[in-house]
Design a protein around this ligand. Structure first.
Ligand code: ZN
Ligand code: CU
Length: 488
């Protein structure tokens, strides 16, 4: 048999959370055709992978890449980490279905300005992704805040029955067109006034599709356990798997509580499919939120519409220069973006290491001075946390970014190295892989990522994009997400 591609002598970490084993892998017409000792096979392209790990391409379970996959389809921040699929539409904000009356409300502005929102129906977005053919595959959630902004003239109240009906119709239309599920961002002012019942009613649309509910909790500060309860209630009501987004203990007063949070997650998991995602840093980033302005920890301004010259500077330094309080300084900078150094490293590590957590970057591609997670999240887990700190074995690190995610999100034939699966692959050097991006120089490609294949085609090598972009839109994978049927 003659194949398109043979990767020989690789150490295979197949994504299923089992240890590495040596083998050759043959790829043909976009798929993994054979795995084993393929000494007598030949291929148009042959690679000796000795000493390096071949893993499934990483799935970035938490992104805000909605519009960038179309506007900058090279997707260098992601493909350079070994990411081959991004899930967009998190935290209640999505590029579609959206019809804006004016400027996008906070935090939808994280996805771009008004001109970026040109997808009134989910099917428009799906077609635009396929037409742009980004370097990575794209799967999408529908944002609750996006639906609210379509149908409500005032986001600072709960929705009226007629508005809920209109949102449900749009959500159903999107699920029929291949959306993965519904996301909320209940902590943000633009969704905080939504009562639980509003979300419960929307979530009812998920049931028939076996679609997911993901949530940026109503609070990540002191009332975080109550917020988790609310999320689980919504998921159980809709018989819908729940993913808690970027689980964390935010704010100095909340540090050290990760064992409680993880216990609550485990308890919920006993009778319902629940999981969480997290990014491997003790600092968060989003729009500048006056409620989070504090002198208890450092805050860096990443962008500011009225004062772009202060991008990359600490809030306290700007405040000193202006002789204003932190709060007044923040007001003057808005609309703006920030990095908050508001987590404890021990909490981050405990959540990262938990078997129910998946890796997501939560990177913000529009930010001129982005949190380094945009370029570094995945290699940081492989290098810093797995190899250097020994927080978990390398095959577990890979599982958290591949097989676990594909199962939870029902991404069909992705996330594992198995015969018949799509050939989304990453070849990396386990000794050298590391994140280079940091808080001072956040836009730098990782080291040690030697080759990335998307749908069987080499797409990144030698620090550069290669060949023609191969990503496609991935509709919800037909049927229930794995893990739910076992409870029903
Ligand atoms: Zn979020
Ligand atoms: Cu997010």
């Amino acid at each position: 048999m003659h194949y398109d591609l043979l990767i020989r002598n690789a150490l295979i970490i197949d994504g299923s959370n089992t240890p590495a084993y040596p083998a050759d892998v043959a790829v043909h017409e976009g798929h993994i055709q054979r795995i084993g000792d393929l000494g007598d096979a030949s291929a148009s392209d042959e690679i000796d992978a000795r000493g390096r790990v071949l893993a499934p391409g990483f799935i970035d379970v938490h992104t805000h890449d909605d519009t960038v996959v179309i506007r900058k389809p090279e997707m260098l921040p992601k493909i350079s980490q070994g990411v081959t699929t991004v899930i967009v539409g998190n935290c209640g904000i999505s590029a579609s279905p959206v019809s804006l009356a004016g400027d996008p409300p906070d935090p939808m502005n994280l996805l771009g300005s008004a001109a970026a929102f040109v997808y009134p129906r989910f099917s428009d977005y799906r077609a635009a992704v396929d037409a742009a053919r980004p370097a990575v595959n794209v799967a999408a959630l529908v944002g609750h805040t996006a639906l609210r902004s379509n149908h409500m003239n005032d986001l600072y109240r709960t929705a009226l029955p007629a508005e809920i009906t209109a949102m449900r119709e749009q959500l159903r239309d999107s699920l029929e067109a291949g959306a993965l599920g519904l996301s909320t961002g209940l902590a943000y002012a633009s969704a905080f006034s939504a009562e639980t019942d509003e979300v419960l009613q929307l979530a009812q649309e998920l049931t028939a599709f076996g679609a997911l509910y993901t949530t940026h909790l109503r609070s990540e500060f002191e009332p975080v356990l109550e917020a988790m309860d609310e999320a689980f209630r919504i998921g159980r009501h809709a018989r819908s798997p729940v993913v808690i987004s970027h689980l964390k203990c935010a704010g100095a007063g909340n540090w050290g509580r990760s064992p409680q949070l993880l216990k609550a997650l485990e308890q919920a998991a006993e009778n319902h499919p629940v999981a969480c995602d997290c990014y491997p840093y003790a600092a968060s980033s989003s729009t500048l939120d006056l409620k989070q302005v504090t002198d208890a920890h450092r805050i860096t301004i990443t962008w500011s519409t009225p004062h772009p010259e202060h991008s990359g500077r600490d809030l306290i330094d700007i405040a000193t220069e202006w002789s204003l309080s932190l709060l007044d300084t923040a007001r003057k900078l808005q609309p703006a973006g920030a990095v908050y150094y508001g987590m404890d490293e021990q909490d981050v590590q405990r959540i990262l290491a938990h078997p129910l957590s998946m890796i997501g970057s939560d990177g913000l591609p529009e930010d001129p001075f982005p949190h380094p997670r945009l370029w570094g999240a995945f290699p940081r887990v492989l290098g810093h946390f797995s190899r250097d700190l020994g927080l978990f074995p390398l095959h577990t690190a890979v599982h958290k970014m591949t097989g676990l995610t594909a199962a939870r999100f029902a991404l069909h034939q992705r996330g594992e190295i198995r015969e018949g699966y799509w050939a989304d692959l990453v070849l990396f050097d386990p000794q050298r892989v590391r994140d280079v991006a940091d808080f001072k120089n956040p836009q730098q490609a990782a080291e040690g990522i030697d080759g990335v294949w998307v749908n069987g085609v080499l797409s990144y090598a030698e620090g550069q994009a290669q060949g023609e972009r191969q990503g496609r839109f991935l509709p919800r994978g037909g049927g229930m997400s794995e893990g739910f049927d076992r409870f029903s």
